[in-house]
Design a protein around this ligand. Structure first.
Ligand code: SF4
Length: 462
């Protein structure tokens, strides 16, 4: 049996004596950047309690699965992974398994009831309590703890210690939750209403990161352009554009990125702040989702394809050398051949540098999951293949325009495929593979020698 405990206010973090010195932990993250960021915070909390990371679950005393409900097949992948962990736990006395994240928030009973070898199920709003929950479960048995709403910015992921993957780049949470109601999306149900973090807290974190050697930050929120709607400072709402300018002015920060803006809320003031703040990168991820006005309305996106393209044109006019990526869902319920043709038209006009393309699959708990006219899988696959072919063609053309140009990159580390090459990123966010060995975190000027649809190759200036 799994116990569910009721809570009053979310626990205020209190100093604790590390009790898990030397124990190993392993975290498997499913899903988006928000989840990656939460996992870094969970790692930070476990390490503050004396634990050390290990490279596989077989060597871990604690395994954390940080789940997602947005990406396709996430449920199946989680179930499969939990099944494998059951066998590992049988041979490993004392191992604890905790499942957190969006799926846990939404379907705690489904997880806890279907996998009795799970020790802790915790939601997105009580990540900060993970160590307490593991201790409680060790003493009293399996436990589920889910908060319905984030009631305090104590629970903001960025307010917690972190174990970051890179010492040179960092994500900084500026909002959690979302006030929109896109009909395919589970985020409003699992992450709750939008809460903005105060600008002073964000800037303090960015300064601290800069002092520790970070030179690139990515501001993170479900809809960053609505930042500050729930705040009032000196009689006025803080604006995302002002935040960009202030973060970009922090000493030591050379690159500022952000994700994700919502097209309906993306305005001239943000584009101007991007253009006028040298540290803010010329990169925009603006999710289109569909090029059909009928489907956009059914998705509750709040804009038309024409309005989206106008905003994109405004961004290109305002920000020189802008790199743009997008998200597109293929096969949303009711999508006809004409609707899909409108998406292809919009993609051809927008000429994105990159696109994250998704085949629609119903996410339980979302309005779209119960809509009539679900599109057959074979039709979705065929449309998806056509979209990917078009975008690959456009992406290659866009990248070819950069051949011969010299771009500033930041080195991420050695390439996984070729030791003689490092992987780096341009200011526009494009991966650029560079000949030679160069330290991670260093900035280089690189001349682009070749282009592919999804990356560039280049050499350092002699
Ligand atoms: S804006 Fe829409 S897609 Fe994005 S998190 Fe909010 S509801 Fe989901």
């Amino acid at each position: 049996m799994t116990e569910t405990i009721a809570l009053g206010t979310p626990a205020v973090r209190r100093p604790r004596i590390p009790t898990r010195q030397g124990q190993g932990y392993f975290i498997r993250t499913f899903g988006c950047q928000m989840n990656e960021h939460d996992s870094e915070r969970i790692a930070g909390l476990l390490e503050a309690d004396g634990m050390v990371p290990v490279d596989r679950p077989e060597r871990a005393d604690v395994v954390i699965l940080n789940t997602c409900t947005i990406r396709e097949n996430a449920d199946e992948r989680l179930r499969g992974y939990l099944g494998a962990l059951r066998a590992i736990k049988r041979d490993h006395t004392g191992m604890q398994i905790a499942v957190g994240g969006c799926m846990a928030q939404k379907d705690r009973e489904g997880i806890a009831g279907g996998a009795e070898w799970v020790d802790v199920v915790f939601g997105t709003h009580n990540t900060h309590r993970v160590v307490d929950l593991l201790d409680h479960a060790a003493e009293w048995g399996p436990i589920t703890e889910i908060l319905d709403e984030t009631e305090s910015v104590e629970a903001m992921p960025s307010a917690l210690p972190a174990h970051r993957r890179s010492p040179h780049t960092a994500w900084v949470t500026i909002t959690i939750g979302c006030n929109n109601s896109c009909t395919f999306c589970i985020v409003p149900a699992v992450r709750g209403r939008e809460i903005s973090r105060r600008p002073g807290d964000i800037l303090a974190e960015v300064r601290q990161l800069a002092e520790s050697g970070v030179t690139e930050v990515t501001l993170l929120g479900q809809n960053v352009n609505s930042y500050g709607r729930d705040l009032e400072l000196n009689g006025r709402r803080p604006l995302f554009a002002d935040l960009l300018r202030r973060v970009g002015a922090v000493d030591g920060i050379r690159r500022v990125r952000y994700t994700s803006p919502h097209p309906k809320d993306f305005r001239e003031d943000v584009a101007a702040a991007m253009a006028e703040t040298p540290a803010v990168c010329e990169q925009l991820h603006l999710p289109l989702q569909s090029g059909s006005d009928r489907i956009l309305a059914a998705m509750h996106r709040g804009y038309s394809a024409a309005r989206y393209l106008e905003k994109l044109a405004m961004a290109h006019r305002t920000i020189a050398d802008l790199t743009v990526s997008t998200d597109i869902i293929v096969g949303f319920p009711g999508e006809t051949d004409e609707d899909f043709a409108a998406t292809l038209d919009a993609v051809a006009e927008a000429r994105f540098d990159g696109a994250f393309t998704f085949q629609y699959s119903p996410r339980p708990g979302t309005p779209a999951a119960t809509m009539d006219d679900q599109v057959p899988r074979a039709v979705i696959q065929e449309r998806f293949d056509r979209l990917v072919a078009l975008q690959n063609y456009i992406g290659l053309q866009r990248n070819q325009r950069l051949v011969g140009r010299t771009l500033e990159v930041m080195v991420e580390g050695p390439s996984r495929k070729d030791e003689a090459v490092v992987t780096s990123r341009t200011r526009g966010g494009l991966p650029l593979h560079v000949d030679g060995k160069h330290p991670a975190g260093s900035y280089l000027d690189v001349t682009v020698t070749r282009a592919a649809p999804h990356h560039l190759l280049g050499s350092r200036l002699p």
